[in-house]
Design a protein. Structure first.
Length: 399
């Protein structure tokens, strides 16, 4: 890229071109960025967990996200605001933002070689300064109403299956959220390692939150929550996140498609419909590869016996004693066209993706299909401890 080529480019174009140049060396760039950051401010090391290497490409992915949205100011500012609020749990301070920007631009310059020029440096400077202003502004406002994180005591720990725990916690301060949202959790066994978990109950006067956690092989936080946690242990919670919430003014029936611990936020949504008393018709397709994977099915069936507007349809990949045979997305397609419902999908990424595809094919507009982010993709806006995930952090394995 020469000075001449870039003379008339917008900031977004300049940054996009620059990202194409550095993308093949994203890992090196990220390492260099953190090396510079820790050299300039050694105390920042304390914010980061040890397993940084697994998160190497997140920095550049996050930048792509920010730049990709540069022309879409509304969405970008919502995203950055949520990140700024979420970063409070890492003890990120306003003064850290400027330092991060300097190290980021220095790392980009180093890995751009001859393609680096004044116009590109200025474009990055403006984009980053704007992003940092939105993040720190949102964090400062949030500090006037919320703590940086919520301490919560485990008050119940049940094991409906060998690899699953239902963990109920009592936050020390009121925890604002909506049914269908998730929060991030840090356990005492893995300090500074945060993972997202959906909240399985609607907000209630008791102030309790329940999580359904499946231990994944070699997983840090999930194994701690399933195998180590006991009543009396204390965990930390980040702010509630996620857009998978009900619009109570929508007249449509509700379609839930869930699998594994993905049934957790759907249970919360059903509870909220029951509280509100709207009697909206709810069809719940619960998929698993085998019948034994349908944990919690009995409770859902009991609910459906009590509430005439709620139907559960278990679907299993193999032949089964109860329910319908076939992957849940295939089963959905057999139920025919759907034009008018609000669909909430939660579970393993492939199940969510397949179900969304089937529903679109059956005529349901994308705006009626709600789910948390599922594809591998972008992460944080350049800093914040690796291992963390947030509303727009798509680098995860799902439920
Ligand atoms: C919005 C959102 C909501 C979520 N809600 C829930 C929830 O309610 N309940 C729940 O149990 N989980 C949920 N998850 C997944 C959860 O955040 C963690 O990713 C999961 O618990 C693994 O974390 P870990 O620290 O144990 O594993 P890590 O230490 O992150 O991973 C260890 C190894 O396990 C692999 N791995 C990670 N996740 C899986 C997986 N699901 N299956 C197989 N291998 C995996 C990794 O690739 C890695 O090799 C949710 C994720 C998102 C993004």
């Amino acid at each position: 890229m020469s000075e001449h080529d870039s003379e008339f480019d917008t900031d977004a174009e300049l940054i996009r071109k620059n990202l194409e140049v550095v993308a093949p060396r994203a890992g090196d760039l990220t390492s260099h960025f953190y090396a510079l950051l820790f050299l300039r401010e050694p105390a920042l090391r304390d914010l980061f967990p040890p397993a940084m290497d697994t998160q190497r490409d997140r920095l550049v992915q996050a930048l792509v996200r920010i730049v990709g949205d540069l022309e879409n100011a509304g969405e970008l500012s919502g995203y950055l605001g949520r990140l700024g609020r979420d970063h409070r749990k890492y003890d990120v301070l306003t003064e850290h933002y400027a330092l991060v920007g300097e190290c980021l631009i220095a790392a980009l310059a180093r890995y751009s070689g001859d393609a680096w020029n004044r116009a590109t440096a200025d474009a990055w400077g403006r984009a980053y300064t704007n992003a940092a202003r939105i993040m720190s502004g949102a964090a400062e406002f949030d500090a006037t109403v919320n703590p940086p994180h919520w301490m919560a005591e485990i008050v119940a720990h049940e094991r409906p299956a060998d690899d699953i725990a239902v963990v109920t916690v009592r936050p020390e301060h009121p925890f604002p959220y909506r049914a269908g949202q998730y929060t991030t959790v840090e356990t005492p066994w893995w300090p500074r390692v945060w993972r997202p978990y959906s909240i399985a109950n609607a907000p209630g006067d008791h102030g309790l939150l329940t999580f359904h956690v499946r231990a994944v092989p070699a997983g840090w936080v999930s194994n701690a929550l399933v195998h180590k946690a006991h009543p009396g242990d204390r965990i930390k919670l980040g702010p509630a996140q996620g857009e998978m919430v009900l619009d109570h003014f929508a007249p449509h029936p509700v379609l839930c498609v869930g699998g594994g611990t993905g049934i957790a936020p759907l249970k919360a949504i059903i509870e909220e419909i029951a509280y509100v008393g709207s009697q909206r018709v709810v069809d719940f397709f619960y998929g698993a590869s085998t019948h034994s994977g349908l944990y919690g099915l009995d409770e859902l069936l009991r609910l459906s016996q009590r509430m005439s507007w709620f139907k559960v349809r278990p679907a299993v990949d193999d032949m089964t004693l109860a329910g319908i045979s076939g992957a849940v997305a295939e089963v959905l397609s057999e139920y025919g066209p759907r034009y008018d419902c609000d669909a909430y999908l939660s579970g393993p990424p492939e199940m969510v993706r397949d179900s969304a595809r089937v529903l679109r094919r059956l005529g349901l507009p994308s705006s009626h299909i709600h789910h948390d982010p599922v594809a591998a993709g972008f992460g944080q806006p350049g800093f914040g401890p690796p291992g963390a995930a947030d509303a727009d952090d798509l680098t995860f394995a799902g439920h």
